[in-house]
Design a protein around this ligand. Structure first.
Ligand SMILES: Nc1ncnc2c1ncn2[C@@H]1O[C@H](COP(=O)(O)OP(=O)(O)OP(=O)(O)O)[C@@H](O)[C@H]1O
Ligand SMILES: [Mg+2]
Length: 279
């Protein structure tokens, strides 16, 4: 689906490269989580997947990004947007129509689809994001979680196979966050949409991501299954990455020789504690 080869990028006017020699492959249907401290290059990497970098945001771009075989240097952002949907932090900056329905239809109107197909896609997108019944609402009146799901609906209406989400829940309250994260899981597991997610809720990534990559100062410094990555709790903490509470406790217990593995989720940690309380 995505192949990144020796990718380096420096913003115009910046001193340092924001991405350094990144190599990465993302398979069809995979759920990839991106971890890294502030400024490590997570957003910059996300912007290379649909060609915003290098087409709209300029700089020194070396290496290649291929999306479903297209080299992003050669394809346009409009073409790439049909393959890769991008969802950002702040839903307000991505909503500008008068009704929920128009918001979703808007992105489709330039695709040259017939009216029936547009109607079908709007209906499907609103249904899957749980927004049916709100077609005539004014988007600014929605809750934070509904707004972000509306952004996702309007991106999904383009039928992309890949969804890239850059901290989509960071401005939401706990309920909104929960709604958006369950939607992401559903899109990945039931619609087989490839997901690339930047998210600070590492508990969620632990449970649902297939693979994680860790960025540090523009470099890809670690890659693996969540369980492998979180086993290195000390390394992640030194990079300024939030570690699931169960893994923090697990790491302490491992240090004391009470556990063999630190990377446990809540349920596994409770089971482990029960076992040594019994023993
Ligand atoms: N438009 C820009 N012009 C110049 N430098 C930039 C620009 N955008 C980001 N940078 C720099 O690139 C580096 C990576 O930034 P990026 O926004 O990708 O990090 P991030 O991991 O997404 O951080 P955060 O967690 O704060 O969102 C930082 O050093 C940042 O200052
Ligand atoms: Mg960012």
């Amino acid at each position: 689906m995505i192949r990144v080869e020796e990718l380096s990028f420096k913003y115009t006017g910046a001193k340092e490269y924001s991405l350094k020699n990144i190599n990465l492959k993302v398979k069809k249907g995979e759920f990839l989580g991106i971890l890294g401290a502030s400024g490590s290059g997570k957003s910059t990497l996300c912007l290379t997947f649909n060609g915003i970098i290098p087409h709209s945001i300029k700089g020194e771009f070396n290496g290649n990004v291929f999306v479903q075989g297209y080299n992003t240097k050669e394809a346009s952002v409009a073409e790439l947007s049909k393959l890769v949907g991008l969802v950002l932090q702040n839903p307000d900056s991505q909503l500008f129509n008068m009704t929920v329905e128009e918001e979703v239809a808007f992105s489709l109107e330039n695709l040259g689809l017939d009216v029936e197909e547009i109607r079908r896609r709007v209906y499907w997108s609103l249904k899957i994001t749980g927004l049916e019944g709100l077609e005539n609402e004014f988007p600014p009146n929605l809750s934070g979680g509904q707004k972000q799901r509306l952004v996702i609906a309007s991106v999904l209406a383009m039928k992309p196979q890949i969804l890239v989400l850059d901290e989509p829940t960071s401005q939401l309250d706990p309920l909104g966050r929960e709604q958006v994260l369950s939607l992401i899981t559903l899109l990945n597991k039931e619609q087989s949409i490839t997901i690339i997610l930047v998210e600070h809720n590492t508990e969620y990534l632990f449970d649902f991501a297939d693979r994680l990559i860790v960025l540090d100062k523009g470099e890809l410094v670690m890659e693996g299954k969540p369980r492998e990555v979180f086993e290195e709790a000390g390394f992640l903490r030194n990079l300024g990455i939030k570690i699931p509470t169960s893994v923090k406790i697990g790491a302490e217990l491992k240090k004391k020789g009470l556990l063999e593995r630190a990377a446990l989720n809540d349920r596994e940690l409770v089971d482990a504690i029960r076992t040594f309380l019994k023993g």
